[in-house]
Design a protein around this ligand. Structure first.
Ligand SMILES: NC(=O)c1ccc[n+]([C@@H]2O[C@H](COP(=O)([O-])OP(=O)(O)OC[C@H]3O[C@@H](n4cnc5c(N)ncnc54)[C@H](OP(=O)(O)O)[C@@H]3O)[C@@H](O)[C@H]2O)c1
Length: 260
């Protein structure tokens, strides 16, 4: 009889895999990077701020994981290309790519200028596209790959001045489907994790208003807002062998927010 440990390991272990997680220094990306690394993947965190990257990677290394970081600005094409090369140079070409780096600038629609539009599209949409182009074909050639984007409920509905942000996340879900169509026949699945409201530095302003936080919690089915750690299990599942037949999907991790 197979032991439960061996069974679970066969389904979910990421031993021998290499992962690159953008936004891996903070919030959801940090929790996802931690989950993938603890599940066995050699994991490279990518973001701009070096001190935060080093702290996040050190926490994982201290826990016995293989973790490293590469600093890069994903708001420019040259920045994305440089970060991709630096990340791939650490443990080799990635089997798993998680795009969690994101920004949410919220000017009222009428005041939304081209600068906000351009930066939002560059970080939230173009960087995931370029990283997919850089790593996806190699994954397909090797016969295994996992691309996971972090989108938002704003991909599906307008919410708190969705502006350019909601547009970028809607397009990111379409990108996941295009990538899934292209590469799933070669063992590369492409999916999105869709958060509701998660208490992270991204929404510090909203998080500091107790009444709004309570009102948002009441809109979920579980009665609480999300925590970055809530994404660990779903991320390991989507990164593992277990999810081989799940592709082009948007997986909501939102306490039921989107269906309430
Ligand atoms: N929190 C929520 O309620 C929520 C809801 C829906 C969707 N999401 C999505 O979840 C993802 C993670 O959000 P979070 O809440 O975890 O945010 P967060 O804590 O603010 O983390 C954002 C990460 O992205 C990195 N980043 C931002 N701009 C970058 C750039 N130009 N180049 C490289 N890295 C950059 C940041 O590091 P540096 O600043 O050092 O670069 C940081 O590591 C985002 O895509 C967000 O849109 C969050």
């Amino acid at each position: 009889m197979t032991s439960s440990r061996a069974y679970l390991s066969d389904l979910f272990s990421l031993d021998g895999r290499v992962a690159v997680v953008t936004g891996g220094s903070s919030g959801i990306g940090r929790a996802v990077a931690g989950a993938l690394a603890r599940a066995g993947a050699k994991t490279v965190l990518v973001a701009r701020k070096r001190a935060e990257l080093a702290a996040a990677a050190e926490e994982l290394t201290a826990d016995g994981c293989a973790a490293a970081w590469a600093s890069g600005d994903l708001s420019t094409r040259t920045g994305v290309r440089a970060a991709a090369e630096e990340a791939a140079a650490v443990f080799g070409e990635p089997d798993i790519l998680v795009n969690s780096a994101g920004i949410n600038l919220r000017p009222p629609m009428g005041e939304l200028g081209e600068d906000v539009w351009d930066t939002t599209m560059a970080v939230n949409l173009e960087a995931p596209f370029l990283l997919g182009q850089r790593f996806g074909p190699g994954m397909a050639e090797r016969g295994f790959g996992r691309i996971i984007h972090i989108t938002s409920q704003q991909a599906h509905r307008a919410f708190v001045q969705s502006g350019a942000y909601g547009v970028s996340k809607g397009a990111l879900e379409s990108l996941a489907r295009s990538q899934a169509e292209a590469w799933s026949p070669y063992g590369v699945t492409c999916n999105t994790l869709v958060p509701g409201f998660v208490m992270t530095p991204l929404n510090a302003r909203l998080s500091s208003d107790p009444e709004r936080v309570a009102a948002l919690a009441a809109r979920t089915m579980t009665g609480r807002n999300g925590l970055a750690e809530d994404f660990a299990g779903a991320a390991v599942f989507l990164a593992s062998r277990a999810s081989a037949y799940v592709t082009g999907q948007s997986v909501h991790v939102d306490g039921g927010f989107s269906v309430h």
